[in-house]
Design a protein around this ligand. Structure first.
Ligand code: SF4
Length: 369
């Protein structure tokens, strides 16, 4: 029976983490002399107060906990989104590097390490998937995510956080050619964290995983079963299992038995707060914008939506005609075409790029506003 610990959290992690992990039966996971890899979600150089990345203080408390359990070596490791030009910045700009170094521990960018290639593991993953060797060269993995909504996957929790362990090429391919929810579920069959923590002290709602608004859930979740932790955290965010494809598929494939999950600590009902869904936030923030983006991968979607939100927030007018991105034929005969996939011989205005950059999108749209 998978157990998931729930505690209310105001961000005082030093005392909270040992209590949380005791409740989660984590004692004994790390043994004397073992090496531990902590994988926080640092997808971009966003400060934790945005709800976009893991609070360094939580990782600091986990380093202390792992050492108190007997860990001889602790490495904090992640890799940001695939086209980020300076991946070390996610450690320095977020304050993570400072917290890790102050404890004499080490941090690293996973893309700087060699990869181990997995061949033909799943129809939902690239045929030759490359996962950072660092993930397999440590005795224990502690997976640390933030409770966030996600434009494509509804929520981004423990399973989605594993995507930071794969190569940049594979991240790009996943977003372009695969269903991200099915892909991260398949990935969770290849990478096995010993402990998963989802922090909702500050989460993100609306247009996550990067452009949403802070959601004060005020709770933190931990357990040894990654899918059970995700299921409980998603429910605390007001999502049913069927609302989240990766959880729905996990249940269908026999990887998640929601009814058998034992929650300990705070009752789930006491920490539940409905997060605004990405498409609800888009309707609110961009009420007059007509989009045809269902087949676009998240890189195109996020850049386009970000460009539009920033222009609207700045009082800049945006086109009142349809804006399209993604694969397949664009239906609207008057649409503005954004991204290389939309190129055709219709003569409609077209912006190349895969994905086009935010500033380029703004400039393109300004010609038709
Ligand atoms: S143009 Fe956009 S939708 Fe097409 S592959 Fe590139 S990022 Fe994806």
């Amino acid at each position: 029976m998978p157990k998931v610990a729930i505690l209310k959290s105001s961000g005082e992690y030093r005392e909270l983490v040992p209590r949380l992990l005791e409740l989660a039966d984590a004692h004994g996971i790390v043994r004397d002399g073992e090496s531990v890899l902590i994988k926080p979600n640092l997808h971009a150089p966003q400060h934790y107060t945005t709800g976009g990345t893991v609070n360094p203080a939580l990782v600091g408390a986990l380093i202390d906990w792992a050492r108190a359990q007997g860990a001889a070596e602790v490495l904090v490791a992640d890799s940001p989104y695939h086209s980020h030009p300076n991946p070390e910045e996610v450690f320095t700009a977020t304050g993570m590097a400072e917290v890790v170094e102050a404890r004499g521990a080490k941090w690293t960018v996973l893309r700087r390490h060699p990869y181990r290639t997995f061949h033909d593991t799943s129809a939902h993953l690239p045929a030759d998937l490359r996962i950072s060797e660092a993930v397999f060269s440590h005795d224990r993995i502690i997976n640390v995510a933030v409770a966030k909504t996600h434009l494509d996957a509804m929520v981004t929790l423990g399973m989605k956080n594993l995507k930071g362990c794969i190569s940049d090429r594979d991240k790009r391919v996943l977003h372009q050619d695969f269903d991200i929810s099915r892909a991260v579920l398949a990935l969770s069959r290849l990478i096995h964290p010993d402990l998963t923590i989802v922090d909702g002290t500050l989460g993100m709602e609306g247009i996550g995983p990067a452009m949403g608004t802070v959601a004060h859930l005020g709770a933190i979740f931990a357990g040894r079963d990654i899918r059970a932790v995700d299921a409980v955290a998603a429910q605390a965010m007001g999502c049913g299992i069927d609302d989240v494809l990766k959880l729905k598929r996990a249940r269908a494939e026999g990887l998640l038995e929601v009814e058998s999950i034992e929650t300990v600590g705070e009752p789930l009902e006491g920490v539940t707060r409905r997060f605004e869904r990405p498409y609800e936030a888009m309707a609110r923030q961009l009420p007059d914008v007509k989009l045809e983006i269902a087949t676009a991968c998240s890189a195109c979607k996020l850049n386009l939506i970000r460009a539009l939100c920033e222009e609207v927030a700045a009082g800049v007018s945006v086109p009142d005609r349809c804006i399209a991105a993604g694969k397949g034929r664009v239906k609207d005969p008057d649409a503005l075409l954004v991204g290389t996939c939309t190129r055709d011989d219709s003569g409609r205005p077209y912006l190349p790029g895969c994905p086009p950059r935010i500033e380029g999108i703004k400039q393109f749209l300004s010609g038709y506003s």
